[in-house]
Design a protein around this ligand. Structure first.
Ligand SMILES: Nc1ncnc2c1ncn2[C@@H]1O[C@H](COP(=O)(O)OP(=O)(O)O)[C@@H](O)[C@H]1O
Ligand SMILES: [Mg+2]
Length: 258
């Protein structure tokens, strides 16, 4: 059974309709089901944490939103388009932050942030100004000309967040971007990330396997059970107090223990 206390969003930006994804595996005759009949609507401007144990299908789901994987059955729709079939339509409309920062080692911080804009043919002066502004917002003023190897893990992840925001994409997709960072660095970045998403009116999907991270990031938390199917879906409310969060934590723990 799916527990849910969320009303459907007024304007869905991301929609899964009876989506399944199966993989063939070497040496096996039957297909492996990573996502099973998933239905989900994410509204414009929502900041949603997708929470589930390792191997439950989070990245598979993520890759279908990003248009990197095609569903085996059902339909994925993002901004009214098919992210896999209409991949090129999404150029500049979706920005991605991965667990590994994926910076180009031969480019400085500012050149890495400007890279996404270069791909979108934004003129040089404009892209450097935008890259500079986002680096400053993320507290990296003074590090513009540093190469990735000279930056700490937290700083490199700040550069990749700046790169995502600089493209001006309306949809941000993050697959466990802070899980390799130490707790304090991760906490600060989570807070800053959530603030920037809200201030800039982005729609953001944030994948995580950590209950703490989901509670810290999401206005809404969607808990997945393996194979990816919704086990619990709840909205926190911006002013959720400690008690309310602890209630939600207890319910998530119960759902994940089933
Ligand atoms: N390309 C693939 N081929 C075969 N199996 C895959 C492939 N991608 C993912 N899987 C399997 O699907 C399941 C879900 O994987 P994934 O979406 O990466 O989970 P998560 O991100 O939640 O850890 C795992 O059991 C994984 O081994
Ligand atoms: Mg994953």
């Amino acid at each position: 059974m799916t527990m849910t206390d969320t009303a459907p969003p007024a304007r869905p930006e991301i929609r899964f309709e009876h989506v399944s994804k199966t993989f063939g595996r070497v040496g096996a005759t039957d297909l492996f089901r990573a996502v099973d009949d998933l239905n989900l609507e994410i509204g414009s401007g929502e900041l949603v944490a997708i929470l589930g144990k390792t191997g439950c299908g989070k990245s598979t789901m993520f890759n279908m939103i990003a248009g990197l994987l095609e569903p085996s059955a059902g339909k994925v729709e993002v901004s009214g388009h098919d992210p896999f079939a209409q991949f090129n339509w999404f150029r500049g409309k979706i920005a991605i932050v991965f667990q590994n920062d994926r910076l180009l080692p031969w480019r400085t911080a500012i050149e890495n942030v400007a890279f996404g804009l270069e791909m979108l043919d934004v003129p040089k002066a404009e892209r450097m100004a935008s890259a500079q502004a986002w680096l400053t917002k993320l507290g990296l003023g003074g590090h513009e000309n540093d190469y990735p190897h000279a930056l700490s893990g937290g700083m490199r992840q700040r550069v990749s967040i700046a790169r995502a925001f600089a493209t001006n994409a309306n949809i941000l997709l993050c697959d466990e971007p802070f899980s390799a960072l130490d707790e304090m660095t991760g906490n600060r970045l989570r807070e800053e990330f959530a603030r920037l998403v809200r201030e800039n009116g982005k729609t953001a999907v944030f994948i995580t396997h950590s209950i703490n991270e989901a509670l810290q990031i999401g206005d809404r938390i969607v808990v997945l059970r393996r194979p990816a199917k919704i086990a619990y879906d709840t909205r926190l409310g911006r002013d959720a107090d400690h008690g309310a969060k602890e209630d939600i934590r207890a319910r998530i723990q119960a759902v994940l223990a089933e």
